[in-house]
Design a protein around this ligand. Structure first.
Ligand SMILES: NC(=O)c1ccc[n+]([C@@H]2O[C@H](COP(=O)([O-])OP(=O)(O)OC[C@H]3O[C@@H](n4cnc5c(N)ncnc54)[C@H](OP(=O)(O)O)[C@@H]3O)[C@@H](O)[C@H]2O)c1
Length: 286
């Protein structure tokens, strides 16, 4: 396997049935300042991480208007435009920001439209490949929120629509109005609450995008739960965590986040790591 195609070794999944991506992608939340707020300390280094990801075969990048806010999307544009034909950028709308680590959902249709228009402008694209409702706003009827995304899709501004942090019931309710192409929920070896949603998505060909696939790094490190197994299998802890996710479902599209090229390269090597049944079971039992 050449380094150029390393992400390709994770296999492909067609989002919405017609948008193929290498399953091991990259999440951009770590590219902003602390608390997902403001500019990164070193914007050149952030751009270098993005370019290296694409060089290594990543063609699925997850971002959001609210990362920064308006920091991750412009970084993607500056680092990667003009985009490779096969690059799929998934963004999100529906979270407002009040400061570092502060997030408030706003799902009013006019806001979702504004933010979709802003993402089109900032990413420099005519259509967003995958627009995800970042959170369902409990104060706004669901049909108004997904209904507005459907209107934007009908207008040709969004290709596919996804949901984030949802239940099976939410997906079923939204499916009365839209075709749900993806769901993005917290999921990793240590947090598997979203298992029913994962199984539901897998059965229906809906992409499952696990956020915090590395438990924000807590699964890693010398004293972490994977350290011993990693030493035994001659792999890094992050590779084991990601290989386990990839093996767990063919619809799984992990988007590990990092601000470091070294960590990026380490993570992407998980694509080439084939777990035996015994190794998979051993990890499942962690
Ligand atoms: N839908 C949602 O509500 C939602 C919420 C959160 C995140 N997300 C998405 O999910 C993506 C992934 O989540 P995440 O980035 O927050 O968490 P993550 O992927 O679980 O972990 C990232 C953390 O792990 C560290 N790390 C990464 N690779 C490493 C390695 N090989 N060795 C050691 N440390 C490593 C990173 O630090 P370094 O920078 O030092 O490598 C960072 O602190 C985000 O980027 C974002 O796109 C979505």
């Amino acid at each position: 396997m050449t380094s150029q195609t390393i992400a390709g070794a994770s296999g492909t999944f067609a989002i919405g049935g017609d948008l193929p991506v290498n399953r091991l992608g990259y999440g951009t939340m770590q590219l902003t300042g602390p608390g997902v707020w403001g500019e990164p300390r070193d914007p050149q280094a952030a751009a270098a991480v993005l370019r290296r990801a694409v060089e290594l075969g990543v063609n699925f990048i997850d971002t959001a208007d609210s990362y920064g806010p308006y920091v991750a999307e412009p970084l993607i544009y500056r680092a990667l435009a003009p985009y490779a034909d096969d690059l799929v950028i998934a963004t999100k709308a529906g979270f407002t920001r009040q400061g570092p680590n502060k997030w408030t959902p706003v799902g009013r249709p006019e806001y979702l439209r504004q933010q979709t228009e802003m993402s089109l402008r900032i990413l420099g694209v005519e259509r967003i490949d995958l627009q995800q409702l970042h959170r369902i706003d409990p104060t706004v009827p669901l049909e108004d929120q997904v209904g507005e995304l459907k209107l934007l899709q009908d207008e040709g501004k969004i290709r596919h629509i996804g949901l984030s942090e949802v239940s099976v019931d939410d997906v079923e309710a939204a499916s009365k109005i839209i075709t749900v192409a993806s769901v993005q929920n917290l999921f990793n070896l240590a947090r598997r609450d979203a298992e029913p949603l994962l199984d539901y998505a897998t059965e229906r060909g809906i992409a499952f995008i696990p956020w915090f696939p590395l438990a924000t790094g807590k699964l890693l490190g010398d004293g972490g739960p994977l350290a011993e197994l990693a030493a035994k299998h001659n792999a890094s802890a992050s590779q084991l965590a990601l290989a386990w996710l990839l093996r767990r479902s063919p619809a799984m599209l992990p988007i590990p986040g990092t601000s470091s090229i070294e960590h990026l390269e380490d993570n992407l090597r998980a694509a080439e790591l084939e777990l035996t049944d015994a190794e998979y079971d051993e990890l499942t039992a962690v």
